[in-house]
Each structure stands twice: as structure tokens, then as C-alpha cells.
Design a protein around this ligand. Structure first.
Ligand SMILES: NC(=O)c1ccc[n+]([C@@H]2O[C@H](COP(=O)([O-])OP(=O)(O)OC[C@H]3O[C@@H](n4cnc5c(N)ncnc54)[C@H](OP(=O)(O)O)[C@@H]3O)[C@@H](O)[C@H]2O)c1
Length: 265
């Protein structure tokens, strides 16, 4: 598959790395385009892919194009590459807040188009990506998008009307999870635990619980209940949590994120 990354920063590298690990591409099939010489050198030396600072060359060399520049850099880049795009191109945008309508406006009618909202956990091969194709997409394109983003975690399809909520829950979610994790670690340290060990304990508890809950599919309330033995330690803690306004604060956090996402779009 001839694939080009327009913008070869953190997210592009995470996608590329997952594809390479899954043996979905050979290095010579990949063109990574970035303004930054440091990024180009890093990707060339790490993955042995073709690197360039020329977006038009990238378009010429690729059938699949991943738009991975920051949203504020995207419009100018799209206007630059649009005249070179053909019906044979599949364009995948991961830019936060850029709607299919806006993307199509810049890209013109020719390329097939998919919008994806990934998250930072892509970098650990455990990302959550939600994609939404433009009307013109082929079934094989959807399957390809699922393969690319599925190589670095989970990938599901949802209608674009959900994208502000997707941004709130999984797009920005890693920051909120890290916030909760930090509070857990700080509380452990306050109870006398050494810093490094407290961090490992917090991280491992988060990872293990997430994996277990996903694999078992257990009902979350039933799981919490099961962990709380009567008059036990977890029950004592859950009493505090249940009386707190934490669920409301989390709801407000996601509402604010979704609102901002809608404003940016
Ligand atoms: N990070 C996240 O958690 C996350 C989550 C979901 C979606 N996204 C989306 O993913 C996209 C990429 O984010 P990122 O964190 O990977 O950004 P990043 O690390 O800043 O990478 C973007 C790269 O593109 C380069 N660039 C800018 N304009 C260019 C142009 N015209 N031609 C070629 N290269 C250009 C930048 O170079 P300079 O630095 O020199 O400008 C930079 O190296 C964004 O649209 C973001 O909304 C990110």
C-alpha cells in the first residue's frame, strides 16, 4: 500500500509504527512529509521510510494520505495539495474538530474521504479511534481504515454527529484518566508510599482493571459491588466516593470538552 503522511509528528509516527509492527507496509511504500528536518531525520532513521518536505511529492507517491498536521496548519496544506488529488486517493484526516464538510470544501470532489478521531494511547498501540466516512467511501476503504487504526488499538465507526462526544470521551480522555491517576498516586504518597512504587501501583491498577473489565464484559456496578465486601476496606472508600460530586464533575468536564470541540468545528 502506498501511504503518505502529511505531517509526521507524534500521531503520524504512532500510526506508522503500528503499521510497521503489524507488517502492513514496507518502508519504501511510506512517504512521510514534514516541515521539520528533525522529524524527517528521525522517521528516516527509525523506520527507513521515504521522507520529504514536499506535500505534492507525497500526494504523487501515495494512494492513501493521512492528514496529520495540527488543525491550524491544515487549511493551507489542503489548499496546496487539493489540485493534485485524484479519485484514486483515499484521504484520512485525524485533525481534531475538522468536519467532513470543511475537509471536502478544501479537498474538492475527487478523493474519497474519512475523518478519524484517534487518541494519544495510539502511541502505546492501545489507542481508541473512531472513524466516519464521507458518503462516497467504498466498503474496502472502511475496512482499510479499520485495519490501519486497529493495528494501534481499537477502531469503530460512528456517525459524525457523535464526534464532539467522541472527542470528549476518548479523544481528550487520556488527559482526564491521567488526572485521576495522578490524584490516586498523590493520595498513595500522602499515605507514606514511596513515589516510584506509588506510580507503578497506580498505573498497573488502571491498566489491569481496564483490561479485565474489557475482557470480562462485566457490568460495572456489579463489579464495584463485588469488590466491596461488607464492612471491608473498599466499601469504606466507596462510601466516600458515592457521597462525592465526582460523577457530576466528570460529566461537566466532558460537556465542556464537547462544547469546545463544537466551537472549533
Ligand atoms: N495529540 C493528540 O492527542 C491527538 C488526538 C487526536 C487527534 N489529534 C490530531 O492529530 C493531528 C496531529 O497531531 P500531533 O500531536 O501528531 O501534532 P505534531 O506532533 O505537532 O505533528 C504535526 C507535524 O506536522 C508538521 N507540519 C505542519 N505543517 C506542515 C506542512 N504544511 N507540511 C508538512 N508538515 C507540516 C509540524 O511541523 P512543525 O512542528 O515544524 O510545525 C509537525 O512536525 C492534529 O490534527 C491533532 O488534532 C491529536
Amino acid at each position: 500500500m502506498q501511504i503518505g503522511f502529511l505531517g509526521a509528528g507524534k500521531m503520524a509516527e504512532a500510526i506508522l509504527s503500528a503499521m510497521v509492527n503489524a507488517e502492513m507496509v514496507q518502508p519504501w511504500e511510506v512517504t512521510a512529509c514534514d516541515k521539520s528536518e528533525a522529524r524527517r531525520n528521525l522517521l528516516a532513521s527509525t523506520y527507513e521510510v521515504v521522507v520529504t518536505d514536499d506535500p505534492l511529492l507525497t500526494v504523487k507517491e501515495s494512494k492513501v494520505l493521512v492528514l496529520a498536521v495540527k488543525p491550524q496548519d491544515l487549511d493551507a496544506l489542503l489548499d496546496q495539495v487539493a489540485p493534485a488529488l485524484k479519485t484514486t486517493h483515499l484521504v484520512i484526516s485525524i485533525a481534531a474538530g475538522k468536519t467532513l464538510k470543511v475537509l471536502r470544501l478544501h479537498l474538492g470532489p475527487k478523493p474519497r474521504l474519512v475523518r478519524v478521531m484517534p487518541n494519544l494511547a495510539l502511541m502505546a498501540g492501545e489507542g481508541m479511534s473512531v472513524y466516519c466516512p464521507d458518503g462516497k467511501i467504498k466498503a474496502s476503504d472502511a475496512a482499510l481504515v479499520e485495519r490501519i487504526f486497529g493495528a494501534a488499538g481499537a477502531a469503530i465507526r460512528l456517525e459524525e454527529k457523535h464526534f464532539d462526544a467522541v472527542t470528549a470521551l476518548s479523544g481528550s480522555g487520556p488527559a482526564y484518566v491521567a488526572f485521576f491517576l495522578k490524584a490516586m498516586i498523590d493520595a498513595g504518597i500522602a499515605l507514606g508510599l514511596p513515589k516510584e512504587e506509588a506510580r507503578l501501583m497506580g498505573e498497573q491498577t488502571l491498566i489491569g482493571t481496564g483490561i479485565y473489565l474489557q475482557q470480562s464484559g462485566r457490568d460495572l456496578d456489579e463489579f464495584i459491588q463485588a469488590v466491596c465486601s461488607p464492612k471491608g476496606t473498599t466499601e469504606a472508600g466507596m462510601k466516600v466516593l458515592n457521597k462525592s460530586t465526582l460523577p457530576k464533575t466528570i460529566a461537566k468536564t466532558l460537556e465542556a470538552t464537547a462544547k469546545r470541540s463544537a466551537e472549533l468545528a
